[in-house]
Design a protein. Sequence first.
Length: 318
Amino acid sequence: MSAEIPAETTFVRNVCWPLLQSAQNSDGGWGFHPGSQSRVEPTCWALHAMLYALPSQPLGEIIPSGFRFLRAAQLSDGAWPSSPEETAGSWVTSLASWVLLSDKDSPRAVTAGIQWLCDDWPRDSTPWRRLLRKFSSDRHLSTQNDSYRGWGWTPGTSSWVEPTSFALIALAESPKEHLPAEADRRRELAEAMLYDRMCPGGGWNCGNPRVYGVAGEPLVIPTVWALLALHQYPTRPENMMSIEWLENIVATVQGPGSLALARICLESYGRKWPMNGRPVSDFYQRNKFLGSISVTAWICMAWGSRLHWLSNANGKVP
């Protein structure tokens, strides 16, 4: 007698996968919602799902056409814009560089994207800004160390947890031949910035861990991306505290995207999915989350049969 297929696997196979594949636009990209204009961010997540979740049926031209869309969307300076109308690069450069590492025809595009990332420094932590802040009347409102520098959502702005995490993942996953000489220094400063921004009890929120003397509350999604960006340090106390926080709040997660990312992160750290984790199909009954391509892709990655998520994660899933 064959083993019973888990209900979550059946749901992903019969509901999520068909929608994700059918939502690809004729230009090879995906929009944020089925039928919407193709954008870089949802295209990257859809391609990640296609690459790592291993659907049982052949995918034909779905992945190659998605790669072609991303290459065509790249700007002349190596960056990717957040929308087709934009002429400046943004944080999605990290996602596009990361996913195109799997495309044999994209090494030049990846190298240019990684170079753009390494050239993009946040303006709020320049030496001049740090000097001015020393004499500012509100210098005691936040305890963050501005000598640590990550990445912002848009170039030349401020460091934030999630775009910094995406850039670190892209750098960590890239072979040495794609990395410029300054990559190691950028990684060192950005990793220090993430640890500096961790909330006191573990986990991360979008910005500062403490403002006006009040500790910030961690959130699932920033915590997941920070932990994945720092996954090469699984035994650091900060990582262990944060992964334990994530494990403990799984039963209270209210969003399907957060639930899927929590599962991906816990398994990347070699942790078993808690027995009290809610079935993702429950969320579908409540809010029909399949309207979001990114969330649908995360669901496919979280409950699909993956080769791996990150190249040197502890908890690779065969």
